[in-house]
Design a protein around this ligand. Sequence first.
Ligand code: IMP
Length: 425
Amino acid sequence: MPATIVIGAQWGDEGKGKIANLLAKDADVVVRYQGGNNAGHTIVIGDEVFALSLVPSGVIYPDVVPIIGNGCVIDPKVLLEEMGKLRDRGIDPSGLRISGNAHVIMPYHRKLDAVRERFLGKNQIGTTKRGIGPAYLDKFSRDGIRVQDLYDSNILRDKLEAGLREKNQILTKIYSQLPFDAAVIADEYLEYAVQLSDNVADTSLLVWRAIRDGKKVVFEGAQGALLDIDHGTYPFVTSSNPTSGGALTGVGVGPKEIDAVLGIAKAYISRVGSGPFPTELDDDIGRAMVEIGGEFGTVTGRRRRCGWLDAVALRYSVRVSGITELALMKLDVLSEFSTIRVATAYRTGATEYTDFPRQQRVLYECEPVYEDHSGWQTDITGVRAFVDLPPAAQAYVRRVEQLAGVPVNLVSVGPDRSATFEVGR
Ligand code: IMP
């Protein structure tokens, strides 16, 4: 498909990087549209493991233009480090293009992220502490610094001084921290700007032209639909829109340019950080999912919470993002279990919810209504065609597409790129 949005259909960590990478191989442009270095994409090619947090996964292909769109927040220090690591591996990141309208993560954003979380105590969100939330907060309070501001030292210094007048009061008086010095930050960031000057571009125009020229563009989402600031499990969400609407505003293209929305879902579900999680398994099965699935955060190393696939939440993600097809990841992790469960509804008292409840309280109080499937209990990591999956595994995939209401077109049974195959019709 010429223009495809790839989004996480759960709480992130579904394997978007792997699929975006697979699509990137045949793409001309791969563009990230939201989030920052809170995302973590592990890409495995042969024996090589690449962990990217900010640069789009397409960077590894010389013919792909990787783009960081205006909807992202960029920590230039991290970006330059990541570009350096790519160079060390023989990958040239100089073709990377970044939007001048993207907002910049500053040292005080990182500090505020950490101290606010401490202040929240038991109510903390469990953020990645990368300064993502505070940077978006400044964007929306119209107090942010954009990439383009780094190219006018007077504007940068004025904005930093004005912003820090308030933030230093907050940092020193509320959080008992040391104040930041605007001049020191300006000097540091002006130097980053010099190093990135060839990369800054009108990325909305670049993407629009690519689409008009019939090129293949992959919109690479970060996090997942249930972490969306509007549609996710607020306040336990990220500060941007990982849903497909975020791809339009986060790049600057119109809805008619989009051909497909590919949702990525694991065959079970996980989340890191706090927040409601109806199908969470705090038992041996949940622990087995963590171990077998290697469910530890790419960015923070935190252990992910795991549970059975939640079809109520999946249907919701399909709806709010207009997902046209799904990729079902990590099916092999379920091979262990004799019975595989899927939540088809939630129940509180006599009320049953087949649609995602509009009142978030329900997510805490409800019991999932499970449907049980027989497991296949055989190793499927070597399977490379849908028809070669055990019948029980095929039936599980078919049932997931029925419950989600859209086809599952890709299945993944292991970390290697070759372990992902199409589902024949
Ligand atoms: P923030 O994005 O660092 O502000 O964190 C807000 C919430 O989103 C926390 O629950 C994080 O654990 C979660 N989160 C952020 N990025 C990711 C991701 O890439 N995968 C999964 N969860 C994430």
